[in-house]
Write a protein that binds this ligand. Sequence first.
Ligand code: UGA
Length: 439
Amino acid sequence: MRIAVVGTGYVGLVSGTCLAETGVTVTCVDVNNAKIELLNNGGMPIYEPGLAELVTRNREDGRLFFTTSLKEALKDADAVFIAVGTPPDEDGSADLHYVLDVAREVGELINDYIVVVTKSTVPVGTNYKVKGVIQAALGKRGVEVAFDVASNPEFLKEGDAVNDFISPDRVVIGVESDRARRVMERLYHAFILNNTPIYFMDILSAEMTKYAANSMLATRISFMNDIANLCEIVGADVEAVKKGIGSDSRIGKKFLNAGCGYGGSCFPKDVKALIRTGDDHGHSLELLKAVERVNEKQKSVLFRKITSHFGTDLTGKRFAMWGLSFKPGTDDLREAPSLVLIDKLVEAGAVVRGFDPVAMEECKRRIGDRIEYADNMYDALTDADALIVVTEWAEFKIPKFTFIEKALKHKIIFDGRNIYSPEQMKEFGYMYYGIGRKD
Ligand code: UGA
């Protein structure tokens, strides 16, 4: 089995490498020469735990290749995966031009049957656009080559992507011919042997599954954040409520953590895009519009707590910020709640000294000297008026409280991810502000 994967971003690189690990011969293609050179020289363009080792092993074993030539990658390929970016347009819809450019090039190059698999997250109906573009390119060449399109959405979490790919809850594949289905079955053979559920369905449903999954998860988070805010008002504790409802097997325990809002490159973009699809079809997705509003508001929840403690003028105040990335396990800052909070604190006159185990360089690249950068988590605390926890990295969960106490001006913690216990904080003499907890 031989495949080409177009796009060596996060999705393409993880998917291509993990498929190589199952025995498939994979050629990854990217237009970015520097990236391909880096990968061919053993470097990694992204931070993803466990991925570098897999790339090295599969390259050395002769199953994983990197090139800038789509033509070379398509040679003898049974399938080509499109895994290029779909950045949001200004109006929230996904910009499909990279996906459709690849489709056109595929149509210009293929000479034998191939399955064109869309891995990028694309709005419902995009696979038919891909099909149309390939047909048009073949028409221009005046040749007839049989091909099929397939939708194979990814469900990878940043920071856990390798594991999510190798041991998925399920694989969703949208196809419209038996021939394409057989190719996809061969490609996912290792997963079938492993008893991983593989759900074949029609293409539109596969495309919709991806958006519905992310939107459902975002809905759970906004729901819990809304409940957390009410808990604070009535004097309940959202962590107790989470246990109480999560133990109901119909609800389940996962993705019920209240916090300072969801971020990343997926939930915000996909919720927006699905809302847009609904609007385009004259069906307003009211629930998702509320999910988005609640999340926007939630990204300011720590700032509201900080200003109700210190007042709205924060001139002369210093804050230690632990965690900058949108979640642990990644250096990704896209739509990160930390950025919203930094803007608000700096505008109110405060100085922020940040620390993140991996996202420091990325943060410098994005916001430069808008904040100070600490050498380590304790250095961030020097002379700070309070500690703010924005991302729940493991090392922040069991800190040396004696170090915190020595460095902070006041024993105050704003905990945007509920990683500490209010009772323990009280015992240690801290003024503690969590999310949806009894202060
Ligand atoms: C998400 C989905 O979880 C993946 O299944 C999907 O494949 C991916 O998007 C994608 O579409 O590519 P990801 O964005 O990497 O993955 O991160 P998540 O772990 O889902 O977290 C998203 C955000 O939700 C983070 O800001 C996180 O802090 C927040 N979150 C998560 C909460 O606030 N509470 C929770 O209980 C869980």
